[in-house]
Each structure stands twice: as C-alpha cells, then as structure tokens.
Design a protein around this ligand. Sequence first.
Ligand code: PMP
Length: 312
Amino acid sequence: MGHLQTNALPYAFFQGKIVPVEKAQVNIQTNALQYGTGIFGGIRGYYSKKGKYISIFRLNDHMARFVNSLKILGESIEYSKEDLINITMKLMKKNSPQTDTYIRPFAYAGSLSLTPNLERDNPFYFAEYMIPLGNYLSIDKGVKVCVSSWRRISDNAIPSRAKISGGYINSALAKKEANQNGFDEAIFLNEAGNVAEGSAMNLFIVRDGVLITPSKTDDVLEGITRRSIIQFAKDLNIPVEERTIDRSELYIADEAFFCGTGAQVAWISEIDHRKVGTGRRGKITGTIQDLFFKVVRGEEDKYESWRTIITV
Ligand code: PMP
C-alpha cells in the first residue's frame, strides 16, 4: 500500500512554517503517534460566497481551550494563544478555501523515545492543517442514538475537559458500537452512571420548557458550541440548567440535540428506540438550531464579536 491520498487543503503549518501539506510528515516512532500524547482543537470556518470570506467561529475561545489542554498536561509550546490565532489566520489566507473549512491545530510529543512520557526530553511541537468539511451529522433529519455500553473517560484517568489525542479511542469505541448496532451516534454515561455527552459532541435535552445539559463537572469536554448555546438561551429567556442528568430522563425528554464544532446543532429523533417527543424537531431545538446557523454565517449582528473574518 502506498501513501493515502490527503483531502487536506494544500498548505499546513509544520516545524515553524507554512509548507505544502505533503511535507507535514512525522517519523513512525513519534511518541504522539504511538501513545496519543498530543492535544488538538477543532474549529470551523464558514465560507461566504457573497462576501468572499471565511468566517472563523470563536477562534480566540478555541485557542484558549487549546492552551488549557496543554496546561492540564503540564506542557507548553513555543507559541502563545495570540501567536496561534495569527498562524491560523495566515494559514487560512494562504489556503483561501472556497468551501466551509475545518481547522485542526495539533500539539504533539515529538520525541522518538520509547516511553510514553510528558517530560522535558519530549517537547511538544505545534502543527496545523485544514480540510473542507460539510455537515458531520445530519442536521435536517433527526439522528438516532443509543446509550453506549462504554463509559466516558473520567477526569482522573484521562482529563475529560482537555482535548487529548489518546482520549479519542473512547469516542471511536462508542461510535463503532453505535454504528454496528444501526445507530447514528452514541451517548456516553460517565463512570458515576450519569449522562455525559456524545462521542465528540455535547448534549442538551429539553424538559417542560427548560433546556438542560450536563454540568462541566460531569466528565464532558467544555464545548465552545455548548457555551454558545447557553448564551443563546439566556439571551432568548429560555431557562437553562447545567446539572447532572439521569439516563431515564433521556427517555422522557421532550426534545434532545447534540452540539459541537463538527456536529453543529443536530437534533435527535430517537434514543434507544424510544421516540424523543414527537420524533420531529422540537420547538426550542428549532429556535436554537436556526439561531446557531444565522450566527455562524454572520446573519446576527449581536454575536459579531465571535467571528474572525478572513477574505479569500
Ligand atoms: N465533546 C467532545 C468529546 C468533543 O470532541 C467535542 C468536539 N470538540 C465536543 C464535545 C464539542 O466541543 P466544541 O463545541 O468546542 O467543538
């Protein structure tokens, strides 16, 4: 088997500079490749054909979380949050995509040493690439989900609020099981048995007009989309609770949806073969989903400060 064909945009940031993406390659022995000793981000840029620009959603907040993921591991890289923002803007300009784009910043343990370690002789390096990306989950048709038999990684095993590469084996196992059993997605419970999130997206339910999501201390990733939706709910006077959710609440929720950079806002029609509400997109979900797409595409002035515009 030869090299796999990349679907990435032509340029990547690697070893301190912008290079053709084919040049962004690491050795097979690389610690991060062997052990998942890396952290990453996932950011979306939305393309405006009319305005000939890419609008990056909450770039500053994504890079702040990226830096925090490093901090949780006790690691650092040679770039500040501001540097990372500038590198991303420059790389976007260089790639000048004409489609919606997913941005993947990555910091990884680069040594070729045998031992999985996070020590000084194994520094973290920064790299970034971009790919064209449409909808990751269906957003028009409801998604059918199951409660996974796998548990969400707990904070004292692989810190759940950091976006750690190795932690994503957890996501992959849940997604595989869900797909093998005919579902689109999975919902994780945490080790305490409470609802956590999807394989790589946060979860909201609606009960009696109240929007509810697991709290930050329920072993979830602290999603930027989750945070945006909580802000929307506050601005729209929709009551919102961040609290522990029981499994059985999923089965009697009036509405449910996933949210995340990849998932965007995707409504859930069935959980473990039980219809969610009417089995159609719910009212609060609809309001939030419509507002989300308006905001990311720049049709709502109120949230303008969340957008970074790059003309392409
Ligand atoms: N949870 C997990 C485990 C994720 O990987 C993601 C995607 N980054 C999310 C939630 C959603 O986070 P965000 O809204 O910041 O993309």
